[in-house]
Design a protein around this ligand. Structure first.
Ligand code: PEP
Ligand code: MN
Length: 362
């Protein structure tokens, strides 16, 4: 953080702030005063280095001599690329041997499956996704619905089906958890990746509890949250000592857009420079249209996203939720995924060339 003092702040007052900062173990780099004249009439500013949290900033801001406290960056240190040096991977255990690794320099990971688990079509849908090239199956057993009259998911029965299907298909599963009371259930069925949805983006208790499981967590950005707010909330997972956080963009509420949500594709690029965590883009819930999935997936892959999340369904007219946005044509799905992988490989080559260029120039 940067601290700016009121003009006229005395050396003793400033030293009291420095003592507090040193108590916390921070390094203080006072800037020479600016504005000419004596220290009493100069603008005095300190740079502070260390693991600075909001509560530190708040306490420092409460000193009478302090005019403003400016955070150096909005990224929590646990996720900060600058702090952590390089982009890190998350490993998702697989029932059929080799785990799926996402992030860092790894190839694109495609997570595809039904929006809501059903008894009739989940197996066929997940088999189709696998044949078309998906690495992970997604499926909601607990569904967060805007209206209480809408289908809420098969709940525990849905988790059972998901596990049977996992056994038959051989891909790891990602499923959304809505409530802290269900953590044990998700552990009982050994769900490979716990998804927290956009509506729970600031359900801090839930984020703490899923963090404590140590399982990979697919955290979805809140549809009305800034990226920085969502990064801070996602950091609750990592604060539990859980390094397996995957950050998922899925569009936000906006104005004048043609799709279900306002796309936030540009954040892929921004996050690649700011966080060390794998970034996934949900091409189905951002667009809400089958016709949007391929093109938006192309953009995400070409932007170097680490993973793509999507809805597929073997018989969308019978899907219990979101059938309208599910891809059902296997050949089309296979073609899409193949294109995404090519675009992703080009994006990675390009990023590596860019790095070499920066290195040579420095
Ligand atoms: C989902 O992935 O099934 C879902 C409900 O997504 P979101 O939380 O992004 O709306
Ligand atoms: Mn859905």
């Amino acid at each position: 953080m940067i601290i700016q003092y009121y003009v006229g702040c005395s050396a003793e007052e400033r030293e009291a702030v420095h003592r507090r900062l040193r108590d916390w173990g921070f390094r203080v780099q006072p800037n020479p005063g600016e504005g000419g004249g004596s220290p009493e009439t100069q603008i005095q500013v300190d740079n502070v280095f260390g693991n600075v949290h909001d509560q530190h900033r708040q306490e420092i801001a409460s000193y009478d001599c302090v005019k403003t406290v400016i955070p150096i960056e909005g990224v929590p240190q646990n996720l900060s690329l600058q702090r952590r040096g390089e982009r890190h991977t998350v490993t998702i255990p697989s029932p059929s041997g080799a785990p799926v690794v996402i992030g860092g320099e790894e190839p694109l990971v495609v997570m595809a499956g039904v929006c809501a688990v059903d008894t009739k079509h989940t197996l066929a849908s997940h088999q189709m996704a696998k044949r078309a090239g998906a690495d992970v199956n997604r499926g909601g057993a607990f569904k967060p619905r805007t209206s209480p009259y809408d289908f809420q998911g098969l709940k525990e029965d849905g988790l059972k089906i998901l596990c049977e299907v996992r056994e038959a298909v051989g891909l790891p599963i990602v499923s959304e958890i809505l409530d802290v009371r269900d953590v044990e259930l998700f552990m009982k069925y050994d769900v490979d990746v716990l998804q927290t949805g956009t509506r729970n983006a600031q359900n801090f208790e839930l984020l703490i509890e899923v963090g404590r499981t140590g399982k990979p967590v697919l955290y979805k950005r809140g549809f009305s949250n800034s990226v920085d707010e969502s990064l801070k909330a996602a950091n609750y997972v990592m604060e539990q000592g859980n390094e397996n956080l995957i950050f998922c963009l899925r569009g936000v509420k906006g104005i004048g857009h043609s799709f279900r949500n306002q796309g936030d594709l540009d954040e892929i690029t921004s996050l690649q420079h700011r966080i060390d965590r794998p970034v996934v883009y949900d091409v189905s819930h951002s667009t809400g249209k089958k016709s949007g999935v391929a093109g938006v997936g192309n953009m995400a892959a070409a932007g170097g996203v680490d993973g793509i999340l999507m809805d597929v369904h073997a018989v969308p007219t019978e899907a219990l939720v979101d059938g309208f946005q599910a891809i059902d044509d296997e050949a089309e799905l296979a073609r899409m995924i193949a294109t995404w992988r090519k675009l992703h490989a080009i994006a990675r080559e390009d990023a590596a060339a860019h790095q070499r260029h920066l290195h040579a120039a420095s």
